[in-house]
Design a protein around this ligand. Structure first.
Ligand SMILES: [Fe+2]
Ligand SMILES: [Fe+2]
Length: 254
């Protein structure tokens, strides 16, 4: 049996943050990378779905870049609400103007990855402005036959937890995104971060997966209106593409 193509997903490393927990974000990210370097997990490419940095400082991106380079495979980074576009763009030598959205459509082996920028500079909330949705439409039109994953920081689904849903992408933008996807059957799944825990849903009929943070996990607390952290293990995602079908694994670290 042939080995599937493996896209690893790291998210919400928050390098430089000091939010408690047994291990700081730097060591936690290093542990996730250590795990990915072992033969049993070793991926073919990796995407980091935002909140790389604690507060967008250049030295925080240098840590992430150094860790990703240890994997010696192609990597894609997209921003979260804790990131700074200009600093992140400079740190990773990304094309475009300093404050432009950080998005990319790239072929990784048999898989096409379209990474969206759902951030609004200076805000926690997610967004998909018309310009970003038009870029997505064009990117999907460019390769209608390629199995494709769409990656984004803010997931396009609601959770039912008010503290999280207060930061969600708005309903009109989600409706337009759904219409775009209805025209592009090659999209196998949407993957996201931001929530700091694993979640599975569907959006526009496609599997939609949120991966845990490599640092701290969000509390699943229906009794609270606040976002809190909980002592659960960090994890990463491994999206496996085999004969055109995708399966997403969640792998705890440590
Ligand atoms: Fe985060
Ligand atoms: Fe976030």
């Amino acid at each position: 049996m042939s080995r599937p193509f493996l896209l690893a997903q790291l998210t919400d490393s928050h390098i430089g943050a000091d939010w408690g927990g047994p291990v700081g974000p730097e060591l936690a990210l290093a542990a996730a990378v250590d795990a990915l370097r072992t033969p049993r997990h070793r991926p073919d490419a990796v995407v980091v779905t935002g909140d790389l940095a604690g507060d967008g400082a250049a030295e925080q991106y240098a840590v992430v870049r150094e860790q990703l380079q240890r994997l010696e495979i192609p990597f894609v980074v997209l921003p979260g609400n804790h990131d700074d576009r200009a600093t992140m763009r400079a740190a990773f030598d990304l094309p475009g103007g300093a404050e432009d959205p950080i998005h990319v459509a790239v072929d990784l082996g048999p898989l096409r990855l379209v990474a969206l920028d759902t951030t609004i500079p200076g805000k926690v909330d997610g967004a998909l402005p018309e310009s970003e949705l038009q870029w997505l439409e064009q990117s999907l039109q460019d390769a209608p036959e390629r199995p494709t994953i769409i990656a984004m920081h803010h997931p396009p689904v609601l959770t039912g937890l008010s503290a999280w849903d207060a930061t969600a992408i708005g309903p009109v933008e989600r409706t337009v995104l759904s219409r775009v996807l209805s025209r592009h059957r090659q999209v196998l799944a949407l993957i996201a971060g931001h929530l700091h825990r694993a979640l599975v849903s569907t959006f526009a009929g496609r599997p939609t997966v949120v991966m845990p943070s490599t640092y701290l996990q969000g509390s699943l607390d229906w009794s609270s209106a606040d976002f809190g952290f909980v002592a659960e293990p960090p994890a990463f995602g491994l999206h496996a593409l085999l004969d055109g079908e995708l399966v997403s694994h969640v792998q705890p670290v440590g």
